[in-house]
Design a protein around this ligand. Structure first.
Ligand code: FE2
Ligand code: FE2
Length: 471
């Protein structure tokens, strides 16, 4: 099961040819996917030869093969992590029973909704990033963008396979709808807020891959615990691909910060703008914006859905198996700050109803690691200023804090004050225009734009000067 069969129209390791009906249905969906890719995939990429990785096996050891691929010829396929023998449900009300290989009727609607919501983010991000190839700071970065784009396309395949295989006719309809919604489109937008935000410049792209893809990591980790085994196996394999996306964001931001620090030191009065770099204040405002939008993706702090999903065994906690001992979580509580009578007050919430917040707390911890690395780049270059994460209450649009106003430290403030000060905290139109003014494509191997430092190493042992994209 684990070797991927590339002789078929749809590469897969799920023995697709043994189920003719399913195979035919997916082969009918395939041209629609390709036409979506043609319309909404990376602009101007269709003639490029790109040094890409393709999955050749779903085994953790040596799963990827690197070579030049013409972008539209990338082989999107269906790859599930190997099945664990005798896997048992390890949390919720069905603890210790065998995992499900088919969808239990009572959970069908919820599972479908989980899969559709996850699936929708994948093409959304490709749509959000489709113009970025026109302004890549180097061929190395251009290649990374395209790698992420093709893999998000593959993640869509991963979810569409589940919909077709396990949800019959409504699954097929949902799969079609995934190709019809469009990021940012008013009458038929993508499901989640952050996936309708524009990603118009490379600073936003690195923020997206650091903060928003990281939400993806935590959602996928929670689903990799699922009692619905095909979902667990699918998301497990997606996580191996996802790691690179976050690496691109993390190292991308490190490189931007390092370059900014260098320009601060080089220019009199630390005037980064005059030197053609991105000032630290703008980087901080982008962090404030993308971090807050990505926090919203975890859903409300107090959520009966999260309780239901956990009790049913559909969605676990982060590292449920390794990190917790009480896998029922029916007792215990979680204390969080909520707004009550115009003030912040502590409220104790039953643990299961606070699981979105539990997952979000893990996420925040993980986000902090990047900040430490970027601040180290500042320290290395002799700059005293530091970057930080705003308080989780700042600039939220979902959950307990939505509709209230907070400063960067999480103090409740009046709307007026927020409106007066938001230009200090969030990117202004002018900030965005300035960043955009720096975005010029650099397409010569070994060359890089002035606003970002080169990476410490290349891809797959190749040097930075390697011709990662043949234009
Ligand atoms: Fe993805
Ligand atoms: Fe991703």
């Amino acid at each position: 099961m684990s070797i991927i069969d590339y002789s078929q129209k749809i590469p897969n390791n799920v023995d697709l040819s043994s189920d003719r009906t399913l195979q035919r249905a997916l082969e009918l969906w395939q041209p629609n996917f390709l036409s979506w890719w043609g319309d909404m995939g990376p602009e101007g990429s269709h003639q490029h030869d790109v040094y890409l990785r393709t999955a050749v096996s779903a085994e953790p050891s040596g799963w990827a093969h690197f070579d030049y691929v013409k972008m539209p010829d990338y082989r999107w396929g269906i790859f599930l992590a190997p099945q664990e023998v005798d896997r048992k449900i390890h949390f919720g009300e069905h603890l210790s029973k065998p995992v499900w290989q088919e969808v239990p009727g009572e959970y069908r609607a919820n599972l479908r909704r989980i899969i559709v919501t996850q699936g929708d983010t994948e093409p959304a991000s490709v749509e959000q990033q489709r113009h970025l190839g026109q302004t890549a700071p180097s061929l190395y970065d251009l290649r990374n963008l395209f790698q992420i784009n093709v893999e998000e396309g593959r993640h869509l395949w991963a979810m569409v396979y589940l919909l077709h295989r396990y949800f019959g006719r409504d699954g097929r309809e949902e799969a079609d709808a995934l190709l019809q919604r469009r990021s940012g489109q008013e009458n038929n937008p993508r499901i989640l807020g952050a996936f309708n935000e524009r990603t118009p410049d490379w600073l936003a792209f690195f923020m997206f891959t650091y903060f928003t893809d990281r939400d993806g990591k935590f959602q996928l980790c929670a689903l990799a615990e699922s009692s619905f085994d095909p979902l667990a196996r699918t998301t497990k394999f997606m996580l191996t691909e996802e790691a690179h996306h976050m690496f691109v964001g993390d190292t991308g931001l490190s490189r931007v910060v390092r370059r900014t620090a260098q320009l601060m030191k080089q220019s009199p009065h630390e005037d980064v703008r005059a030197a053609g770099g991105i000032p630290l204040e703008i980087i901080q405002k982008y962090i404030n914006f993308w971090f807050s939008y990505s926090l919203d993706l975890f859903g409300g702090e107090i959520s009966s859905n999260s309780a239901d999903f956990f009790a049913a065994g559909l969605k676990g906690r982060f590292k449920e198996q390794d990190q917790y001992t009480d896998h029922i979580a029916a007792e215990g509580s979680f204390v969080m700050e909520v707004v009550e009578g115009g003030k912040l007050a502590s409220r104790e919430v039953p643990l299961r109803n606070a699981l979105n917040e539990v997952l979000r707390t893990e996420y925040v911890k993980d986000c902090g690691k990047g900040l430490a690395r970027w601040n180290k780049a500042l320290a290395d270059e002799g700059v005293i200023a530091r970057l930080y994460l705003p308080n989780i209450r700042f600039h939220r649009h979902v959950g307990e804090y939505a509709g209230h106003h907070f400063d960067l430290d999480g103090n409740l403030i009046a709307r007026d004050e927020f409106e007066q000060r938001q230009n200090e905290w969030l990117p202004t139109l002018e900030d965005r225009e300035y960043v955009r003014s720096l975005m010029h494509p650099v397409t010569e191997p070994g060359k890089i734009a002035n606003w970002i430092a080169p990476p410490a190493s290349g891809i797959k042992g190749k040097p930075f000067e390697f011709e990662y994209v043949r234009l």
